[in-house]
Design a protein around this ligand. Structure first.
Ligand code: TXA
Ligand code: MG
Length: 317
């Protein structure tokens, strides 16, 4: 496993590994991705194996432009509006799949394809250098805590991947918002930094997130248990006691172990810190014999909705 520094040569080297059917973790503005050449069956198979991901759970296909995306999917009116407004950026758009060289296992044999053009410049340069789309789930073991820093990717995946392209900490910290535009009426399958209010404001009608129960899974990533730390999480904890591990929102209480997601109750800052802090507190929990992590209530407005969505799944056992 090699750590590649971000530079013109570094991006070339990472692209060469991808071109040779290797697997490279790379930065995006949301979280780290585990990348494979989307045209390589061998590389895509490696991704599923490394993650322990069920073959029915499709990957997001990352592109460097809207023009590239249109080669792989059919953009209807709402998909076009959303791509124009939010790309490059943290929005994944599901559309009808075109016949192409994207290997069928990457899209789990579905007739739809999830496309995303990231705003992170390193990610886009990597795609441009490879000159092919990159199939990439989040860089973590299936169902486990998401990684938003090279350090966490290294700790969790170092033995199974070829390289990490180091782009520092992810800017946003939560996975992209996923919207299914393959049907006439779009639906939001995963909450993220782009909120449902923002999406509604640019479409002609209002859509509510359809984050369903496990029985009605549309997006396999909607499984209720997901993003799991090793420690138990206790949500909406208001009064931590000495000896507890506490993840707070606002000023951190004196003499209590833990961290605050944001001193100033800024939800965007809290989102950015969420997964790295859960990794840190998970290590602290282990050092203290596996005690639970208590988490303060987080407001549900704005990106708070996505934070709460992740926490509820992470707390599920
Ligand atoms: O921010 C992100 O989206 C990150 C970075 C690396 O881009 N990627 C990411 O990928 O979070 P992943 O695999 O962890 O989550 C992708 C989600 C899964 O819930 C998957 O089921 C869903 O997108 N998905 C992919 N293709 C789909 C499709 N055709 N129909 C429905 N859901 C789909
Ligand atoms: Mg994931």
């Amino acid at each position: 496993m090699k750590i590649i520094t971000n530079s013109v040569e570094g991006i070339k080297e990472a692209a060469e590994i991808l071109a040779g059917d290797g697997v490279v973790a790379f930065p995006t503005e949301t979280v780290y991705g585990l990348g494979a050449n989307a045209f390589s069956k061998e590389a895509v198979t490696k991704i599923y194996k490394i993650k322990g991901r069920p073959s029915f759970n499709p990957l997001i296909i990352h592109v460097d432009s809207y023009e590239m995306a249109r080669q792989y999917g059919v953009f209807n009116k709402s998909a076009n509006i959303l791509a124009q407004k939010y790309w490059p950026g943290p929005l994944t758009i599901i559309v009808k799949k075109r016949e192409s060289d994207v290997v069928v296992s990457a899209t789990a044999k579905l007739e739809t394809i999830a496309l995303r053009c990231p705003s992170n410049i390193i990610a886009r340069k990597l795609i441009t250098e490879l000159d092919k789309p990159i199939a990439a789930p989040s860089a973590n073991k299936s169902g486990k805590l998401t990684c938003t820093s090279p350090r966490d990717v290294f700790a969790k995946l170092k033995n199974s991947i070829d390289a990490i392209l180091d782009g520092g900490d992810a800017e946003l910290g939560l996975e992209s918002t996923v919207i299914d535009c393959s049907l006439e009426r779009p639906s939001i399958l995963r909450l993220g930094n782009i909120t449902s209010e923002e999406i509604n404001s640019c479409l002609d009608y209002s859509i509510a997130p359809s984050i369903k129960t496990e029985k009605q899974i549309k997006s396999p990533g909607q499984l209720l248990k997901h993003y799991s730390p090793e420690a138990d999480l206790i949500l909406n904890a208001n009064r931590p006691r000495q000896g507890d591990i506490f993840l707070s929102f606002g000023p951190h209480p004196k003499e209590i172990d833990g961290l605050t997601l944001t001193e100033s109750k800024n939800l965007v800052e809290a989102a950015k810190n969420l997964f790295t802090f859960l990794h840190k507190l998970d290590r602290l929990s282990k050092a203290k014999g596996g005690i639970p992590i208590k988490v303060a209530p987080i407001p549900t407005n704005g990106v708070g909705a996505a934070i709460n969505d992740r926490l509820i799944r992470a707390a599920e056992r």
